[in-house]
Design a protein around this ligand. Structure first.
Ligand SMILES: NC(=O)C1=CN([C@@H]2O[C@H](COP(=O)(O)OP(=O)(O)OC[C@H]3O[C@@H](n4cnc5c(N)ncnc54)[C@H](O)[C@@H]3O)[C@@H](O)[C@H]2O)C=CC1
Ligand SMILES: O=C(O)[C@@H]1CCC=N1
Length: 276
């Protein structure tokens, strides 16, 4: 990767921070990153990382080679209309906005713009993200290689067809929050049974971490690992039976489905805004 490569973020929120932290753990220097947001309130934690900040989106674009669009999906059309006059053929534009399609992004940018649609997730902040991207019509293998080289420190980085990006949003972008809900409920169950809250939460988070690492590192199917925890007639099968009675599996599948459908809906809304 070119050590002089300049990276910009339009939007200084949680996801911009997560990707920035991930990239800084690799060989990206803070002096090569610039972030913009209308309010100084969001910029302080970037300054603490040594990253340059500004209120001007166009300044970020003019000073960057690769620009992440990290605003909320409904703001993508107005923000891209604002920065579009400053996008040139040297720029690679990477949008992380849920639902916003490559067609909408390309429509809002100059002809032949290099666009990549990326769906990251919050654990990029600890280099354990799960990121899926799809390349736009004008993205070349070098652009994709550049993005991969920047993001590899953020976690698992995969490329797929654009249709999978909304599904990944439900599975993993939002899925992180589903796991937190489960972790919270695990801890609350222990509190109900009399364990102090702080210890219950600490053990719940370690349980989620340990289960996740073993699942990933072993490469085994979750059902196989689950059966290793279940002693016949033991404690786990009693708990699992209770979870199944509550419909945990069906409701988790429905949660991924609902989040995917919402991403698709956000895509339709932003497409409608882009043609106004
Ligand atoms: N939070 C998450 O876990 C994930 C978020 N995303 C996507 O990332 C994008 C950003 O989400 P978050 O970081 O969670 O939101 P956020 O609300 O934390 O950050 C949005 C940022 O945009 C800034 N902003 C508002 N108006 C702006 C403007 N006109 N120009 C420039 N900046 C402006 C805000 O000041 C704020 O810093 C969304 O499109 C979301 O779909 C994708 C994957 C995961
Ligand atoms: O909730 C959202 O819309 C964003 C996209 C995935 C995670 N957070």
């Amino acid at each position: 990767m070119d050590s002089q490569l300049k990276i910009g973020f339009v939007g200084a929120g949680n996801m911009a921070f997560g990707i920035t932290k991930g990239m800084l753990s690799g060989n990206v220097l803070p002096s090569n990153i610039k972030v913009s947001a209308p309010s100084s309130r969001n910029l302080g934690r970037f300054q603490e990382l040594g990253v340059a900040v500004t209120h001007s989106n166009t300044e970020v674009v003019c000073d960057s080679d690769l620009v992440f669009i990290t605003v909320k999906p409904h703001l993508v059309p107005p923000v891209l209309s604002q920065i579009s006059p400053h996008i040139t053929d040297r720029h690679v534009v990477v949008s992380v906005a849920a639902g916003v399609t490559i067609a909408t992004l390309e429509e809002l940018l100059p002809e032949n713009s290099i666009v990549i649609r990326l769906m990251p997730n919050l654990p990029c902040v600890v280099q354990e993200g799960a990121l899926l991207f799809a390349r736009g019509s004008h993205a070349k293998p070098d652009d994709v290689a550049l993005l991969r080289s920047l993001l590899h420190c953020c976690g698992l980085v995969e490329e797929g067809p654009e249709a999978w990006i909304d599904i990944h949003t439900g599975l993993s972008g939002s899925g992180v929050a589903f796991v937190y809900l489960f972790a919270e409920a695990l801890a609350e169950g222990a509190v109900k049974m009399g364990m102090p809250s702080a210890l219950a939460h600490s053990i719940a988070s370690q349980t989620v971490l340990g289960a996740g690492r073993l699942l990933r590192d072993s490469g085994r199917h979750p059902a196989q690992l689950r059966s290793e925890v279940c002693t016949p007639g033991g404690t786990t099968i009693y708990g699992l039976h209770t979870l199944e009675q509550g419909g945990v599996r069906a409701s988790t599948m429905s949660a991924v489905e609902a989040a995917t459908e919402r991403a698709r809906e956000l895509g339709r809304l932003s497409a409608a805004r882009s043609t106004k």
